[in-house]
Design a protein around this ligand. Structure first.
Ligand SMILES: [Mg+2]
Length: 397
């Protein structure tokens, strides 16, 4: 199963789509998110000489070689995103060769599907924000049926009732971000801003009762005193967990926050490296590990971190606000591992964006995303994204 060609393109802003072709005609699909031109450069300028002409089924051998050589330079970001995209595509090839979904190759099912919560991301059709697309600065946009950023803030009760009617078990909001965007906002959130941020949570709790779990994402904006202030307010609505309310770049401070706030913490898609996850687990700084499968190093590394969390009896949440194969990677590991508690999803992405990008999106049944049935990842990039006039980078034999 010799690798003959690697292609990358950018089907949506920030999204890196990858295809690996083999001499036998099997094609694997991969993905990562964030600065796709840089990820493509790592793949074509640095990884392709190892991969082109090599055996496609040597998934772990390629992973170890590329990871170890990349970390000679302290790599955590772009290199791991590139490795993630390659890893997904190689698992996709392996699954197709075996005629089995990837979750079957990871040990088979531990659960029929993974419980999902809807995150209030949006951004569809919006022009780039002035000054750039900074993480945590997503735009609210205009009222539309699936613009849940707008819905959650302006029509929280109706939004909560819609989710409950659809059988969705949880919702994640970020109604304190506006306060962080103010000058020195990470250092001071006024009592009035706290009240403003609590309004949608109170309305959703009143509308949905205890049938909907509530979560807050702080996008790593706040330092310890203001993170504690937000947590104190959130106790009123009994959230499932707080995510990245505090900047996650000091494990000891996260642990301090966890002990003092008295609420469960999800930590954190921003960590990326397995060493950071080890520290978080060993210092008991998390109630849930939050993993993004196409940032940490693909399915291979997501599996290792998930298994390590299992040894601490710490459940895992899978991140996705970004792309369809990131979601699929989370679901494949999620159905194959008993400690994956939740998969993040976004309604607009599931219903509009992802069907335009890939050939299949897993179904949601009774609030759970079911195990994909097809061989490999169970979905491929729609051909149009790799055809002219799209810009496609190619490495070949
Ligand atoms: Mg987050």
């Amino acid at each position: 199963m010799k690798i003959t060609r690697i292609e990358t393109t950018e089907p949506a802003p920030g999204l890196l789509a990858c295809r690996i072709h083999t001499a036998e005609g099997i094609t694997g699909c991969g993905e990562s998110y964030y600065i796709p031109s840089a990820v493509a450069a790592v793949i074509h300028d640095w990884m392709a000489p190892r991969l082109i002409g090599a055996e496609a089924l040597d998934t772990e051998g390629h992973w170890r070689f590329l990871y170890e050589r990349a970390t000679n330079f302290g790599a955590r970001g772009t290199e791991l995103r590139a490795l993630s995209a390659i890893d997904l595509a190689l698992w996709d090839i392996k699954g197709q060769v075996c005629g089995q979904p990837v979750w079957q190759l990871l040990g088979g099912r531990t659960q029929d599907g993974v419980r999902i919560y809807h995150s209030t991301g949006y951004g569809r059709g919006l022009p780039p924000a002035p000054g750039g697309m900074w993480p945590g600065y997503g735009r609210m946009g205009v009222p539309e049926p699936l613009n849940d950023y707008w819905n959650a803030i302006h029509e929280p009760a109706a939004f909560a009732r819609e989710l409950v009617a659809d059988g969705i078990g949880g919702a994640k909001l970020w109604p304190f971000d506006f306060a962080a965007h103010k000058p020195n906002g990470s250092l001071y959130v006024s009592p009035a801003d706290i009240e403003e941020g609590m309004k949608p949570f109170r309305a959703m709790r009143a509308a949905a009762g205890n049938t909907l779990e509530l979560m807050v994402d702080g996008h790593g904006f706040f330092q310890l005193p203001m993170a504690l202030r937000i947590a104190a307010a959130m106790r009123e609505v009994s959230p499932l967990c707080l995510e990245d309310v505090i900047r996650p770049d000091c494990v000891d401070t996260i642990r301090d926050f966890r002990e003092r706030c008295g609420l469960p913490l999800a930590v954190s898609e921003m960590l990326i490296s397995s060493e950071d996850y080890r520290l978080v687990l060993q210092r008991q700084a998390a109630d849930y590990l939050m993993i993004d499968p196409t940032w940490v190093g693909g399915i291979s590394q997501t599996l290792r971190i998930t298994d390590y969390a299992q040894s601490f009896n710490v459940p895992v949440m899978m991140h996705d606000c970004t792309g369809p194969l990131t979601l699929l990677a989370g679901i494949h590991v999620g159905v194959a591992r008993a400690n994956v508690a939740w998969q993040e999803t976004v309604r607009m992405l599931l219903r509009i964006s992802y069907p335009e990008l890939v050939t299949a999106v897993p179904a949601v049944v009774k609030g759970r995303m079911v195990a994909p049935a097809g061989a490999g990842l169970g979905a491929a990039w729609q051909d149009q994204w790799f055809q002219a006039p799209r810009e496609v980078r190619v490495s070949r034999i």
